[in-house]
Design a protein around this ligand. Structure first.
Ligand SMILES: [Zn+2]
Length: 167
């Protein structure tokens, strides 16, 4: 079963391995609250390599079609997921906090037993749009309604600024 897969991250990198597979959406329980339904599956590719500074890292790509809920009309909306991320593997707590301070890299602890399912699930949660919406033509609510909804969500300071401008 692909969802039971576990990798030893540093071994994986040292032996230059890669792993390819698919995970049914129904197995990704932490995604349920984002999804309109759980049909379909995601395809992933994980490869182990050293980056240009000779640091061990995992490259993860995930793709597939997911059904989200449009935040404007609450209707179903197909979203094509196509993610590619690099995660540095920190070998100590020090290294991890150093990587965390660097805004240009993402890092995780170099676990001996990293669940592929959890890894893919984490990446998908980070990669999903925060506020998915249909394109105007595909949304069952009018564009005008959409504009009102957007205005209402504006930051209070933005609204304040526009009030000031009109007085
Ligand atoms: Zn919509």
């Amino acid at each position: 079963m692909s969802d039971q897969l576990v990798i030893n991250t540093l071994d994986f990198v040292r032996s230059n391995r890669f792993l390819q597979g698919s995970i049914p959406l129904v197995n990704l329980e932490r995604l349920y609250s984002y999804l309109a339904n759980t049909s379909g599956e995601l395809v992933y590719l994980i490869s182990g390599l050293f980056d240009e500074h000779n640091r061990p890292m995992l490259k993860i790509s995930v793709s597939g079609s997911v059904a989200l809920n449009c935040q404007r009309c609450l209707g179903k909306m197909e979203y094509e997921l196509d993610l590619e991320t690099g995660l540095l593997l920190a070998r100590s707590a020090d290294e991890l906090s150093r990587y965390d301070e660097d805004i240009f890299v993402d890092a995780i602890y170099a676990a001996n037993e990293l669940s592929v399912l959890t890894l893919v699930e984490d990446e998908v949660i980070l990669g999903l749009p925060i506020s998915p919406r249909h394109q105007d033509t595909g949304c069952c609510l009018s564009t005008e309604t959409g504009i009102h909804a957007t205005t209402a969500k504006e930051h209070p300071f933005t609204i304040l600024a526009s009030l000031k401008r009109t007085h």
